[in-house]
Design a protein around this ligand. Structure first.
Ligand code: F6R
Length: 238
């Protein structure tokens, strides 16, 4: 694992943006795995500002809420189009986000995995981390070999995500998420975390025992992981 600690979220994000820009210049048809939430917002702003060529880039998002209409302001479809896709020259055909309204969700999860393989696998996966150590929506005790599937959010994650909805009760309880096994197959994982509220999860991920109670800790077993942190998120490291 390469751990990059920067004074601020801004400078840590700048490094992450440059890593992605370099990949797209070396491989214009790269396959990117993308995340939502507050962590990558600045990254997406910076990528938009860099005016990169996305015409051949393919993307796969980590997760989506089940049952939330695509057009809902908090669906991850809306998030991605609002914050990144509508500002860049990506082809809608190259964008993949799990379908939380599919009639056959288990079937659509299998098809999602198949599609990732057909596109050649993920070159670089952007990850945030939950305060309970989740990556994607692989909550604590998720199987370390899991694939794209339905998961139930923990109370903690519903509480954390209530800030995006009117209240905790409005946060959908079920999601589709790439599995930990899926994430581990990305050729490069780029984890971003900012703020002291992530310090415990980051310390567990980077220095704790590898265990399903802290899903992000499995990244210690991955050959190519870059972790971009601000000082707050790094404050629990030894
Ligand atoms: C979102 C995702 C989640 C978030 C995590 C942190 O696609 O996969 O794992 O990265 O919940 O969320 P924020 O960035 O809002 O703190």
């Amino acid at each position: 694992m390469e751990i990059i600690i920067q004074p601020t979220r801004e400078t840590a994000t700048e490094i992450a943006a440059r890593i992605i820009a370099r990949l797209l210049s070396e491989k214009p048809d790269a396959v990117l795995g993308l995340a939502t939430g507050s962590t990558p917002l600045l990254l997406y702003q910076k990528l938009v500002g860099m005016r990169l060529d996305w015409s051949r880039v393919r993307t796969f998002n980590l997760d989506e809420y089940i049952g939330l209409p695509k057009e809902h302001s908090q669906s991850y479809h809306s998030f991605m189009w609002e914050n990144l896709f509508k500002h860049i020259n990506i082809s809608p055909d190259n964008v993949h986000i799990p379908d939380g309204n599919a009639e056959d969700i288990p079937g659509s999860c299998k098809a999602y995995e198949k599609r990732i393989l057909e596109e050649g696998g993920i070159d670089l996966q952007v990850l945030g981390i939950g305060s309970d150590g989740h990556i994607g929506f692989n909550e604590p005790t998720s199987s370390l070999a899991s694939r794209t599937r339905i998961k139930t959010l923990t109370r903690q994650t519903c509480k954390d995500n209530a800030r995006f909805f009117g209240s905790e009760a409005e946060v959908p309880k079920h999601v589709i998420t790439m599995g930990i096994g899926t994430i581990m197959e990305a050729r490069h994982n780029l984890l971003l975390a900012f703020g002291e509220q992530k310090a415990g999860a980051v310390a567990g991920a980077v220095e704790g025992p590898v265990a399903s109670v802290n899903p992000a800790s499995v990244l210690q077993m991955h050959p190519t992981v870059t972790v971009c942190l601000d000082e707050g998120a790094a404050s629990g490291l030894q």
